[in-house]
Design a protein around this ligand. Structure first.
Ligand code: NAP
Length: 467
């Protein structure tokens, strides 16, 4: 039996690591997700084999425990299967935040049960159990707040005057109760205080975060959940749980660092300052918006030689990725050089645009990242912005009062001509005005991205036919 369990752990470890490796490219990502899912299934089913080793008093609880385990599995698998099929791609970050939160809660629950069941464990084991409990509870409440914000249930950042001081006190209380726990276990009141403070700290540190900084928070919570699960895997002597937690923790930490770099923030700034708060007045945007019809914009595209397409959240909302690629192919047939520029936080989740474009079949060679493409805008005839706003807002470069000041952006304003497809005068995720839209070289093509791109395609066909 031991050999079988260890083999399952080994298979799972291999599938998780290899699956993650395949997720690093959009071409192989789907199969990577399936492989990692199979790994999770193997280890979950294998955990039922542990019942064969149960003896003594624990055996009397076996039927109830098996029933509870089975029920939990049916509920968990059933709900996620049903939800996973229905969730729109634009609501994926909320779902990821919720799953992160559940992982953190599970790690916190394991920690609480272990502390009560084994109060006389070694100091190292107690310390790891407590650390996992703190990180898991922190990640649980932080993820729930992130979910509520992304769902629009908590629209405004909450920043009362003495919040930082309050955070510090709650953290101090959590650390003090954690330090006292090993000596006073199984004191349930102290345990409750410790979990309450850990939970409150996660919520309080996430509540003031607003605007464009949510992706970093979700990624951070993801990393924390992984670390907490890894710690509890050690406590339960469960190698697969340790490996899964470590992999998620490491991947999440790297992603957090990459996202922080993409938004030009240090991790210290992420953890200990009020995101998006500058203390200065935001500059007013002046000037006129200059609308243009899809047909007229298409005529310019027909004669342009070098073009960069900049997709944003609106492309995902309009499900227009296939139309956009169709347009690119049509223009390429006319001899144009077309590229897609991807900003790391475009859309609503890390890699959102990569996933969309891969789904539409855009070849990887046509997709260029921010650092590489920015130098090309000054020599570009037309930059076509489709449903993007914050990621092309020049205020990030120039306006110290802007909540997105310092965030690297795609320099579309440096192209000879810019067309922006959006439905109206709606703001982006950060809720701020965009000076690009009133710039001399920018024209607005109003309408749903799907419809506008369709009209552009039709116009181009007609124009080419008349030549
Ligand atoms: P954005 O700033 O949210 O702007 C999207 C624009 O798309 C809006 O101004 C909207 O204007 C337009 N739009 C919406 N539906 C449309 C449709 N059907 N057709 C055409 N246009 C449509 O998006 P972004 O430039 O991609 O920037 C992403 C923002 O989200 C950043 O602030 C980022 O920090 C934040 N964020 C990112 C992540 C991530 O991980 N990527 C996660 C959470 C938050 P109209 O209403 O006028 O149409």
């Amino acid at each position: 039996m031991d050999l079988l369990l260890q083999s399952c752990d080994l298979i799972t470890a291999f599938l998780l690591i290899y699956g993650l490796k395949r997720m690093s490219s959009p071409v192989t990502a789907s199969s990577g997700i399936v492989l990692a899912g199979i790994g999770m299934m193997v280890v979950t089913l294998a955990s039922f084999l542990y019942v064969f080793g149960v003896s003594g008093e624990a055996r009397t609880h076996l039927p109830v425990n098996l029933l509870l385990g089975g029920l939990a599995l049916i509920l968990g698998v059933g709900w996620s299967w049903w939800r996973g099929h229905r969730v729109p791609l634009t609501a994926m970050p909320q779902m990821v935040a919720l799953y992160n939160g559940m992982g953190g809660a599970a790690a916190g629950a394991i920690s609480a049960m272990e502390l009560l069941a084994h109060p006389d464990a070694s100091n190292v084991r107690l310390a790891i159990t407590i650390a996992g409990g703190f990180i898991g509870s922190f990640s649980f409440s932080g993820s729930l707040i992130a979910w509520a914000k992304l769902e629009g249930k908590l629209p405004k950042p909450w920043r009362p005057r003495f919040l930082q001081l309050g955070n510090g006190l709650v953290l101090l209380l959590a650390v003090a109760s954690a330090t006292a726990l090993p000596a006073l276990l199984p004191n349930e009141n102290l345990l409750a205080l410790f979990f309450l403070c850990s939970f409150a700290f996660g919520a309080l540190i996430t509540l003031p975060i607003g605007g464009a900084d949510m992706p970093v928070v979700i990624s951070l919570c993801n990393a924390c959940t992984g670390i907490a699960v890894g710690f509890e895997g050690y406590v339960l002597h469960h190698p697969a749980l340790m490996i899964a937690g470590t992999v998620v923790g490491a991947a999440g930490s790297l992603l957090t660092l990459l996202m922080a770099r993409a938004m030009n923030r240090s991790l210290g700034n992420i953890l200990f300052s009020n995101f998006g708060e500058t203390g200065q007045e935001e500059a007013q945007v002046t000037g006129q918006l200059k609308p243009i019809s899809a047909e007229d914009a298409a005529a310019t595209l027909c004669y342009a030689r070098k073009m960069i397409f900049v997709p944003g959240y609106g492309l995902a909302a309009a499900h227009a990725q296939r139309k956009l690629y169709e347009l690119a192919k049509r223009l390429q047939e006319e001899g144009a050089d077309v590229k897609f520029a991807i900003h790391p936080v475009a859309g609503r989740m890390p890699g959102h645009m990569d996933v969309l474009l891969a789904e539409a079949g855009v070849p990887y060679e046509m997709i260029v990242g921010l650092d590489e493409i920015n130098g090309e805008f000054p020599t570009t005839d037309v930059a076509l912005v489709v449903g993007a706003n914050d990621i092309v807002n020049p205020a990030a470069r120039t306006d110290k009062g802007s909540p997105i000041y310092g965030m690297p952006i795609l320099d579309v304003d440096k192209a000879h001509q810019v067309y922006v497809i959006k439905r109206g005068q709606g703001k982006g995720y950060a809720g701020i005005e965009n000076a690009l839209f009133t710039a001399d070289n920018c024209r607005m093509v109003y309408g749903d991205a799907q419809e506008v791109l369709g009209q552009m395609l039709l116009s181009i066909k007609e124009l080419v036919g008349q030549r």
